[in-house]
Design a protein around this ligand. Structure first.
Ligand code: GTP
Length: 509
């Protein structure tokens, strides 16, 4: 089945398969590299988000611990001047210790400063309108409250308020203890992350207010992200499912980023680390393009040289086919020549040369096997007259007809050979045949020719006849020669002629 296709076909298939495999393997490798790059991107985003969440948690926790301390002291030690002085000292120490803290403040139930970390009390500011103040006034819970970012009335900086409720001894609302965290503190930390030139990190409250975004834009701090796809997606996840990542176009600049999000462990906030897909895939794209170019050049070179190779193979095949054809023609010509060299052109019988070779061989074989070798010498009667009367070509025709008959009637065993011996004489060599067998063959031929009844005005019989002399020999080394057999048959033929022709005569034993 495979042999049906030529070597050029297979060479073309091979070159094509090599080229396609090269390109195919590279495409497959590139696809793998792309998904590897995206996985790497996801890992990086998750790690950044984890570090951010941890830092934010720790930062707020430290401030919250300070808050809890102040609440506990004021509630147990009361608000006497001495007690407040002690609290103030403690607050100042806390602020000095914690770089994220802008200040610690205690407000009474009407929003006026009772004490703060700065030791300066100004009644110019009243914070009873602040979101965190209203929250604590309305909520009994004693846990920390992280408010929306606001611009500090005292410093003009963006701050994150973290507060706790202060109770009076009877459990009613007694005010608020507030810690203000410097947004800048978070920003400095976020700057240390390498999220690429087009990446971004954010800190967002669970209520959808943007606390901070790096790259920093003060305009956006405190803005709502409730309508962003990121926030909606985050809300949809519940519990631990809130840790995850997804691609979104940015709410701020439309850039598609992989957003890894993670909630803070103790506070109602979450962080996101967003890496630009385009930026992350840029190196992959560059690598892929360079390598693909190389592979395509390689495939083109293989294709080019492969094509030339196939062309060469094709040429060689053609040359081989032509050589084969020439060789076949030569062999056939040789066979014809060989045949012609061993055959008589007129009668189609073996020629004298072949006869002599075969006689020699059969004579030796008979000598080795102690066999009898018979020979019939045939001669057309009054052939000279036939030529004279009917012309030479008619004579040729008679020779052809007689030869045809002889060919048909001569045994076809190996070694049997009928040959044109010379002129109009035909010899038949019959190995392993005794005198009777040979005589029968000669007689059969003679009769057949007679029965042809070919008109011959120059013959006393009125038609073409022939005479034959038959001889046999059981050759013995040193005594007999092949020529003796021929001579004996010739003699017998001579006898047949002299006894009146149209007969078969046997040689003397
Ligand atoms: N047409 C033709 N004639 C041939 C060929 N070869 C020999 N001959 C003729 O055959 C004749 C043989 O004649 P002879 O051997 O003298 O005797 P004959 O006429 O056959 O008479 P007998 O043999 O005595 O019966 C000659 O005239 C040859 O020219 C041949 O190939 N074609």
């Amino acid at each position: 089945m495979l042999k049906r296709y030529s070597i050029t076909f297979w060479a073309t298939v091979f070159v094509s398969v090599v080229c396609l495999s090269l390109v195919g393997i590279d495409v497959w490798r590139s696809i793998n590299a792309r998904s590897g790059q995206l996985q790497e991107m996801e890992r990086l985003g998750a790690n950044v988000a984890r570090a951010m969440a941890q830092q934010a948690d720790d930062t707020i926790k430290a401030a919250d611990t300070a808050l809890a301390d102040v609440v506990e002291r004021i509630e147990t030690e009361g608000q006497s001047e001495a007690a407040l002085a002690r609290v103030q000292k403690q607050m100042a120490a806390q602020v000095a210790n914690l770089p994220q803290l802008v200040g610690l403040f205690v407000y009474d139930e009407r929003g006026r400063w009772i004490v703060n970390s700065r030791a300066v009390l100004s009644q110019a500011y009243n914070n009873s309108d602040r979101e965190y103040f209203i929250y604590h006034r309305l909520h009994q819970d004693r846990g920390p409250h992280v408010g929306d970012p606001v611009i500090s009335r005292s410093t003009g900086k963006w701050i994150m308020p973290v507060s706790r409720r202060l109770n009076k001894p009877d459990g009613s609302f007694g005010g608020v203890v507030l810690a203000t965290l410097d947004i800048e503190y978070f920003r400095r930390f976020y700057q240390s992350f390498d999220v690429g030139a087009r990446g971004a990190v954010t800190l967002v409250s669970n209520s959808g207010v943007l606390m901070l975004r790096q790259p920093y834009d003060s305009e956006r701090v405190g803005g709502s992200m409730r309508e962003s796809e990121l926030f909606r997606h985050y809300l949809k996840q519940g519990g631990s499912g809130r840790i995850g990542s997804a691609f979104f176009p940015s709410f701020h600049d439309g850039e598609v980023r992989l957003n890894s999000f993670r909630p803070l462990e103790h506070y109602p906030l979450f962080v996101t680390a967003a890496l630009s897909r385009e930026e992350m895939l840029e190196r992959w794209r560059r690598d892929t393009f360079t390598r693909m170019l190389g592979v395509l050049v390689l495939a083109a070179l293989i294709g080019f040289f492969g094509k030339r190779l196939v062309g060469q193979i094709k040429l060689r095949e053609q040359a081989e086919a032509e050589l084969r054809k020439a060789r076949d023609a030569l062999e056939s010509a040789n066979r014809t020549l060989e045949r012609q060299a061993m055959q008589d052109g007129l009668t189609g019988l073996a020629n004298r040369r072949q006869f002599d070779v075969t006689l020699g061989n059969e004579f030796s074989r008979a000598m080795r096997h102690e066999d009898t070798l018979a020979f019939i010498m045939i001669d057309v009667d009054y052939f000279k007259q036939y030529n004279d009367v009917y012309g030479h070509s008619a004579g040729d025709e008679v020779l052809r007809s007689v030869s045809k008959l002889i060919r048909a009637l001569t045994p076809k065993r190996p070694g049997d050979l009928s040959a044109r011996y010379g002129g109009e004489e035909i010899g038949i060599l019959l190995p392993n045949t005794d005198i009777n067998g040979a005589q029968a063959v000669a007689e059969r031929i003679r009769r057949a020719v007679e029965n042809l009844q070919l008109p011959h005005r120059g013959s006393t019989f009125g038609h073409v006849t022939l005479s034959a002399g038959v001889a046999t020999i059981s050759p013995q080394r040193g005594i007999h020669l092949a020529s003796m057999l021929v001579e004996a048959a010739d003699k017998a033929l001579y006898v047949a002629k002299s006894e009146g022709r149209n007969r078969v005569c046997l040689a003397e034993p």
